[in-house]
Write a protein that binds this ligand. Sequence first.
Ligand SMILES: C[S@@+](CC[C@H](N)C(=O)[O-])C[C@H]1O[C@@H](n2cnc3c(N)ncnc32)[C@H](O)[C@@H]1O
Length: 256
Amino acid sequence: MQCLRLKHILQACKSSARIHKQRAKSGQASDMGMKSYWDAFYRSRRPRDLGDSNCFEWFFPYSETKDVFQSAFANVAENLPGNDFNLIRIAELGCGTSELSMELIQDHQSSCCITCVDFSTAALEHNQKNVKSNARFHGSVAGHLAYVAADVCHLPFSENSFDLVFEKGTMDALLKSENTRPKSDQFLLEAIRVLRPGGMFLQFSDEAPELRLDLLERMKSHVWQREPKHISVSFKNISHNDALEYFVYTVQYGKM
Ligand SMILES: C[S@@+](CC[C@H](N)C(=O)[O-])C[C@H]1O[C@@H](n2cnc3c(N)ncnc32)[C@H](O)[C@@H]1O
């Protein structure tokens, strides 16, 4: 019996070492979790020609996430707690210079307000300029967007602040940085802490389910210890071609 248990422990250690190796291998840089890395990255980008908003879009643009957001909106709107304007409160964690949030507001006819968080001041400055100068976005979009400079592992929001929280590539960046485990664990716990019960958290990622689901399961058990709330985790392959695989991970928080 003892021997069997030891064998299981050894197997678990081996598989966690393998996962760690796989993540390290796929990582492009160990400083992808650092503000200085991202500030330099966004500052190094120059408009190619007049009118080019020069945004950098990780993985894919809004158009490829449309269906996912369509059903997420329907889901969270179902039991939207009345707020002053009946708007869906959304947070994007690690927005970079992506235009996804702007397009989301446009597409949903301003039925939501989005708080975009990033610790890169270079990215946030770029976005503020983009919203002001890009004819597509000022007017209805600008009034529904807020930018907050903050660390996604220590969010400056209270519990219950959002109906929907999402991220694209942010946890992937944290997983390629040093102290991977504590940072990604903290990030997941923060994303759930700021959600209201009945809310939803979406992760767009290129990380395969055999790696990501373990982390989401760990988060589930941490949250359960803090507060016994039902959490369900699911995922979907949203790849548009065979060469690259992308997934959306959905965490439904506190809904039976
Ligand atoms: C891979 S990029 C994705 C950017 C954007 N979501 C997109 O789809 O193009 C990761 C982003 O996360 C931000 N980031 C990484 N670690 C962070 C942290 N601890 N706090 C806040 N932002 C962070 C980076 O500045 C960067 O903009």
